[in-house]
Design a protein around this ligand. Structure first.
Ligand SMILES: Nc1ncnc2c1ncn2[C@@H]1O[C@H](COP(=O)(O)OP(=O)(O)OP(=O)(O)O)[C@@H](O)[C@H]1O
Ligand SMILES: [Mg+2]
Length: 243
């Protein structure tokens, strides 16, 4: 399927939980082949936005599109990867079985792709380990392997490197960059500022709205600071702390 438009589009997206507007009217387009960072305070709506974009939940109003297809849409799930904020893996299965399960679920090959995904997250030698007995960081790594084992065109990562050691984080980033160079679109949330700074573009989310968007450099300039953490505090509304 060819697609020349944006990889991801939000059009007046709203998601309410009772009185809480977790996503409160977001409209944006994300051109393909770039890495986008969602920044914002706890509870600002990043995970809810990702769940709307991946079709895991229905919007209250508005709509989301991935690769030109209105979500939710089962037909396009094979082209989407989603690493959730919690670990979406099966603790009773081995690491290898988990990766094979996700590959098979998306109709991808379960041989080379599985080996490659496990190697990428440095778990090749743990393929026979029961996932529930892996360390926290290792489970995080396995979740990433499961999210990209079917080589998705659009990859959503909800705080992908929480609990991952610095060495492996560098390796993850080298891989994210090579995926983007090959045309994959990556949308990730993060609270890690040096990681956010590696994104091609940042969307700053506050109280369910995208209140600023641009490169790290542009957002720092907009906030009047040299430092992305200070810019975060500025956009989060704590201008005094940021000053
Ligand atoms: N299933 C749900 N039912 C009720 N409220 C929800 C639900 N999911 C999210 N919310 C609320 O929506 C708001 C946004 O939550 P969300 O998880 O999207 O934030 P977040 O930006 O991902 O935060 P964090 O940085 O802590 O991960 C919060 O107030 C949260 O309590
Ligand atoms: Mg979240």
């Amino acid at each position: 399927m060819m697609n020349y438009g944006p990889a991801v589009r939000a059009d007046g997206l709203v998601k309410r939980f009772g009185p809480v507007a977790a996503v409160d009217g977001m409209s944006f387009e994300l051109p393909p082949g770039r890495i986008y960072g969602l920044l914002g305070p706890n509870g600002s709506g990043k995970t809810t936005l990702i769940r709307l974009l991946t079709g895991m939940t229905h919007p209250t109003t508005g709509h989301a599109e991935v690769l030109g297809v209105r979500m939710p849409d089962r037909g396009i799930l094979g082209r989407i990867g989603y690493m959730t904020q919690g670990d979406g893996i099966y603790p009773a299965l081995t690491a290898g079985e988990n990766a094979r399960f996700f590959a098979a679920a998306y109709g991808a090959d379960t041989g080379a792709a599985v080996d490659e995904a496990l190697a990428l997250v440095d778990l090749a030698d743990r393929a026979r380990t029961i996932a529930g007995t892996l360390s926290g960081g290792q489970r995080r790594r396995l979740s990433l392997a499961c999210a990209l084992v079917h080589r998705p065109t659009v990859l959503f990562l909800d705080e992908p490197t929480v609990g991952v050691d610095p060495l492996l984080r560098v390796q993850f980033w080298a891989h994210f960059r090579s995926l983007a160079d090959a045309g994959t679109t990556i949308v990730m949330s993060s609270h890690v500022m040096d990681e956010a700074d590696r994104c091609d573009e940042l969307l700053f989310v506050r109280a369910g709205k995208v209140i600023a968007r641009g490169t790290g450099e542009a957002l720092r300039a907009e906030a009047g600071t040299q430092d992305l953490e200070a810019a975060f505090l500025h956009f989060a509304g704590d201008a005094e702390v940021a000053a």
